[in-house]
Design a binder for this molecule. Structure first.
Ligand code: NBP
Length: 481
């Protein structure tokens, strides 16, 4: 009997995804470059369901019903290309190749073209939720040809996480759309984590609270609007003590955050599209700053603080201020991320439904949160909503916390507590709502030194002033054009 789905690449993610399919009653073909991984999957979990092991890629391909559905779950990059090259001559017209690794979306676009030339379908599929998600139900973001979703979609929806009976999986859009939204998901995750870290720092430095006390605050927050996986695990992490020293666990960890690159990709893409995703960018740079070891050493010695003491009279009011500032900054970060999805969708004709994105992120993935329901509702009210922040629900929610947000950002600046994500989000908020921006002056400067022309508030067209050259910055000759 032939298998209904195949998984090649049986490290933690592939092995768990294969088990997830098997748990749902599918006959699953499994393969790995190094045979030992296949053997250990069958030995450790073979009794959990219907697996078909194979010792070669040929055998694996032959063990699948047609059109074949083959999930590649190997190390992203060269590994994925190597597997695709090997698969192509073994497959037949109409077969579906699914890349479930963390591919960069331009690679997915390229691979889809290549496979289309061989009359094969290629589905770039974002999978979020780590190893536990892969096993118990991830959030799944499949792109590629819409017709391949007809045969693949129901299986994916079945193994995905479910919230209120609704699967956390939907068709995203052509070619790179699935991997693109997975990338932005990760970018938003960076922002969310940074905002939580800043809140933790503010509570610690403002209140002089220790990790256990702050854990309690996060636990309380997890019962309200902020309820989310990240807030929940933050409380757990902060309550955890180090086995070796008995100290709060968070206090024995080196304060240098690492990254694998999806945050960087998100920011790079936003720069290309011209979309201000300041929350995600500051979060990515904050990790980079934390890892700037020689610079931090030099600065620690040399740079004075000249900061004021943060006198907090009402501890509960301060905690509530931090909570409101966190929520408002979080809304900004998500609003920016959804703006980026909209811009990329327009640019690539992906036709991405932003409300559906929020819906499939409610479960299975790292940014899962109660709050995402509100985003889905906002896009249901207005599918063309130009700015999430401008949805009435969010306008009101942020408005309620505005004074608190300003107090926190101003207080942090006076006390010398770095809040890159809190404060840049507030600057974005004030920038995007401004009646008039100083960009007018920048455009005048551009016209001065580069003859870049300017547009007027009271007329159509492009204009240029013949600025006097003797005041330009280039004394040797004419200003650069
Ligand atoms: P890894 O990213 O550690 O990759 C190991 C797998 O890739 C092994 O099966 C290995 O085979 C295979 N592989 C490599 Br490396 N080069 C290969 C090649 N040239 N040809 C064939 N196979 C090759 O595995 P993972 O942590 O399970 O992640 C799998 C994918 O899922 C990655 O793209 C990852 O970014 C993505 N992802 C991971 C997580 C997570 O939480 N870990 C979450 C979401 C997405 P071998 O056994 O023969 O060496």
């Amino acid at each position: 009997e032939l298998a209904q789905i195949g998984v090649t690449g049986l490290a933690v993610m592939g092995r768990n995804l294969a088990r997830n399919f098997a748990h749902h009653g599918y006959r699953v073909a499994v393969h790995n470059r190094t045979q030992a991984r296949t053997d250990s999957l069958l030995a450790d979990h073979g009794d959990e369901g219907d697996f078909v092991g194979s010792s070669s890629l040929e055998e694996f391909v032959q063990s699948l019903e047609r059109p074949r559905r083959i999930i590649i779950m190997v190390k992203a990059g060269a590994g994925t290309d190597a597997v695709i090259e090997e698969l192509i001559p073994l497959l037949e017209s109409g077969d579906i190749v699914i890349d479930a690794g963390n591919a960069h979306f331009p690679d997915t676009v390229r691979r889809e073209k290549l496979l289309a030339e061989h009359d094969l379908h290629f589905v770039g599929m974002g999978v979020s939720g780590g190893e536990e998600g892969a096993l118990k139900g991830p959030s799944i973001m499949p792109g590629g040809p819409a017709e391949s979703y007809e045969s693949l979609g129901p299986m994916l929806e079945e193994i995905s996480a479910h919230v209120d009976g609704v699967p956390c999986c939907t068709y995203i859009g052509p070619d790179g759309a699935g991997h693109f939204v997975k990338m932005v998901h990760n970018g938003i995750e960076y922002a969310d984590m940074q905002l939580i870290a800043e809140a933790y720092d503010l509570l610690g430095r403002g209140l002089g609270a220790d990790a256990a006390e702050i854990a309690g605050i996060f636990r309380t927050w997890n019962e309200g609007d902020l309820e989310s996986f990240l807030i929940e695990i933050t409380a757990e992490v902060l309550a955890h003590t180090d086995d070796r020293t008995g100290k709060p666990f968070v206090d024995i960890i080196l304060d240098q955050a690492e990254q694998k690159g999806t945050g960087r990709w998100t920011v790079q893409n936003a720069l290309d599209l011209g979309v201000p995703i300041t929350g995600i960018a500051e979060a990515t740079f904050a990790r980079a700053l934390s890892g700037s070891v020689p610079q931090r050493e030099a600065a620690r010695e040399a740079l004075p603080a000249d900061a004021e003491e943060w006198v907090i009279e009402d501890r509960d009011a301060f905690i509530e201020d931090v909570r409101l500032a966190l929520y408002a900054s979080k809304v900004v970060a998500y609003s920016q991320g959804f703006d980026q999805i909209a811009a990329a969708s327009r640019e690539n004709d992906w036709n991405i439904d932003r409300g559906a994105m929020a819906r499939i992120w409610r479960g299975g993935c790292i940014i899962r949160a109660r709050f995402l329901n509100r985003i889905t509702e906002a896009y249901e009210r207005d599918p063309e909503l130009p700015l999430l922040l401008a949805d009435p629900y969010f306008t009101e929610a942020v408005g309620n916390g505005l004074a608190a947000w300003r107090r926190i950002v101003a207080g942090a600046a006076r006390a010398g507590v770095p809040t890159p994500a809190f404060s840049s989000s507030l600057a974005y908020y004030d920038g995007i709502r401004a009646q008039r921006l100083p960009a007018a002056l920048i455009q005048a400067q551009r016209d001065f030194f580069g003859a870049h022309t300017y547009r007027r508030v009271d007329d159509e067209g492009a204009f240029h002033v013949e600025w006097s050259l003797d005041r330009s910055e280039t004394s040797e000759g004419r200003p650069a054009g």
